[in-house]
Design a protein around this ligand. Structure first.
Ligand code: G6P
Length: 616
């Protein structure tokens, strides 16, 4: 949520910063701005709206400088206006700052500064921080310029309650950028005679793959030739240089019109990547070395907690069905933002998993830290290598889905569910699954990517169905058992990108309220695979049709009898019922995608949303 890019080196900074912001735009797109420091001093250009607006303004203003900081905003305090866009100058106008996070006590700090004569030009919490840093800088007698800025940042942050990733520079200090983090991600990109600061490696990966992931309470100083990381206490911090695994091309959309469509089509490969090296035919089980737990330790686990937000929460819900059905270990699923404020009973045999694509979602991170405070072993199921959850968890599993840029999560859902299936296989084999059962599961898992290819070939048919219903007033999504979370995920995708109000329900709950909504412009999407409750789903479909509600059905190849009831039937290949969520979600992803396109929506950047939610 909000993206920061800073650059210092020998090249003109504006092009590098704008390109970095474009790569971070998924983090927020309410406004954007750059500040450059050049021979003629400080230049700030900022604009409400998308990065393209800023690019136009930069083309007009042509600011010069080989160092600069920049920001793409997801608004928290104050609407998306030019004035509220970052960077924000201090009272004297010589210091500029960009910020990701929330300053919770900004109002009292603002009142104190206003009483001393400070004038504020925005409604943001951030502007208070730039004034505060500027005040400490101006008051300092420290001779070393860089240290003076570091000290000013430290003093200001000591007065702040909340979360931050920041980058700061001062017109009188050409050659130095200072950054700091607490709760919001920040990395250093290490180049040759140049350095970068960014919220995410995606912003720098076309310049360098060598990065340092900063920790909470780190303060960093970058010059073109050096970087230095200290803790708040002034002691040198632990620094580890990591190599980014993906290339800049992996984060481009290639020939696809949208990232979301590209990512939907990547699923055969992302599933293979999730499973690679993790299925042992010799031992008929899954191998998840990152859990850092022996079979004996895993056998002691008598309760599992899965926590996440948004799509990751839906994947966790599927996980509950999988783990309880296949491994018989009692499992509960928690919305991370609720878990962090609950007082969940736990014992030494409780195991917690936090699920997160970004590994940075603040509520999921907080749920993990709360679990750790209670002495629970907390593992991550994460996509982003080096993210905060990946670093702070007691172990875990990377889903290896590659960069996901579309704000609506797609491939990471199927990869998360795949990892939970591997976990169920591993635990199941420890408890009661035979080697024959294990081998059968491995065969079925390995067959999934080709089955996804078959579903993707029906994209034109799904597009036609989407266009037919694109102007519906609302949509209902129904599914049972492990496909109930898929119904929730289908409804979430539809809401997020097409702005059609949609809700997901267990099919049998229809009669307990939802059926009151059924009418001709309220289609119901039924996920009705060929399983033990197929006939029950068909009865529910009949009930909807009897009330003139249109039905779109997702079912298993061969169950052609549904064509008697509705023209809009989408078939998915047969598979064991525990794997149906992975296949059934794909038509729903395509349905929401083509609906959004038909409605002229901005698929990859839905209004008001951001991909990485680093504020509470
Ligand atoms: C935001 C995104 C969702 C995502 C959720 C959790 O709401 O828009 O797509 O599912 O955050 O994100 P995480 O990175 O923790 O999986």
């Amino acid at each position: 949520m909000c993206g920061i890019v800073g650059y210092i080196g020998n090249r003109q900074a504006s092009t590098i910063l704008l390109d970095g912001l474009r790569r971070l735009e998924y983090r927020g797109y309410d406004s954007a701005g750059v500040a450059l420091c050049g021979a003629s001093g400080l230049h700030i250009v900022k604009k409400a709206g998308r990065i393209d607006n800023l690019r136009q303004a930069v083309d007009d203003a042509k600011p010069e400088g080989t160092m600069g900081i920049s920001h793409t905003r997801w608004a928290t305090h104050g609407p998306a206006t030019d004035e509220n866009a970052h960077p924000h100058p201090d009272q004297g106008g010589k210091l500029v700052l960009v910020h990701n996070g929330v300053i919770e006590n900004y109002q009292s700090l603002r009142d104190q500064l206003a009483a001393k004569g400070h004038t504020f030009h925005s409604q943001t919490d951030t502007e208070v921080l730039s004034h505060l840093v500027g005040t400490y800088f101006d008051e300092s007698t420290e001779k070393d310029g860089a240290q003076r800025l570091v000290n000013a940042v430290k003093s200001a942050l000591a007065r702040v309650k909340g979360t931050y990733g920041i980058a700061v520079m001062h017109a009188d200090l050409p050659g130095v950028i200072v950054g700091a983090r607490l709760g919001s991600p920040l990395i250093i990109g290490l180049g040759k005679n140049e350095h970068f600061l960014a919220s995410d490696v995606a912003a720098v990966v076309n310049h360098t793959r060598d990065v340092v992931y900063l920790n909470d309470y780190d303060i960093v100083t970058i010059t073109k030739d050096s970087y230095d990381v200290q803790s708040h206490q002034g002691t040198p911090a632990e620094v580890k240089v990591s190599r980014v695994e993906f290339s800049a091309d992996d984060a481009e959309k290639g020939d696809f019109p949208h990232y979301m469509l590209k990512e939907i089509y990547e699923q055969p490969q992302s599933l293979r990547n999730a499973m690679r090296g993790r299925l042992s035919r010799d031992e008929c089980t899954a191998v998840l070395g990152g859990l850092n737990m022996s079979p004996r330790e895993l056998a002691q686990i008598d309760r599992i907690i899965l926590a996440g937000c948004g799509t990751a929460y839906h994947a966790a819900m599927v996980g509950e069905y999988l783990i309880e059905t296949l491994a018989r270990v009692p499992t509960e699923v928690e919305i991370a933002s609720e878990f962090r404020y609950r007082n969940v009973p736990a014992n030494k045999n409780t195991l917690q998993f936090v699920m997160s694509q970004s590994g940075e979602t603040i509520d999921t991170l907080a749920a993990m830290r709360e679990g750790q405070r209670k002495g629970i072993r907390c593992l991550g199921i994460v996509n982003t290598v080096g993210s905060t959850i990946a670093r702070e968890s007691d172990g875990g599993v990377y889903i290896h889905a590659g960069p996901e840029i579309g704000v609506a999560a797609t491939k990471t859902f199927t990869s998360q569910v795949t990892i939970l299936t591997l976990l169920s296989l591993l635990l199941g084999r420890i408890h009661h699954l035979s080697s024959v059962d294990g081998l059968e599961m491995i065969d079925q898992l390995e067959a999934l990517p080709d089955k996804i290819v078959t579903i993707l070939k029906q994209a034109d048919k799904i597009k036609t169905i989407a266009e037919k219903h694109a102007h519906a007033e609302g949509m209902l999504f129904m599914g049972r058992q492990a496909n109930y979370p898929v119904a929730l995920e289908g409804a979430l995708k539809m809401k997020e990108i097409s702005y059609i109000y949609a809700s997901g329900h267990p099919s049998a709950e229809l009669k307990h309220g939802v059926i009151a909504l059924v009418k001709p412009d309220m289609p119901s999407v039924f996920i009705a695979p060929d399983d033990a409750v197929f006939d029950k789903n068909v009865s529910n479909i009949e009930e909807v049709l009897a009330r003139k509600g249109p039905v779109i059905a997702v079912t298993t190849e061969g169950r052609t009898e549904l064509e008697r009831l509705t023209q809009d039937v989408i078939y998915v290949p047969d598979c064991p019922s525990y794997l149906t969520p992975i296949l059934n979600v794909i038509p729903l992803q395509l349905l929401s995608y083509y609906t959004a396109v038909a409605r002229g929506c901005d698929v990859d950047k839905p209004r008001n949303l951001a991909k990485s939610v680093t504020v509470e």
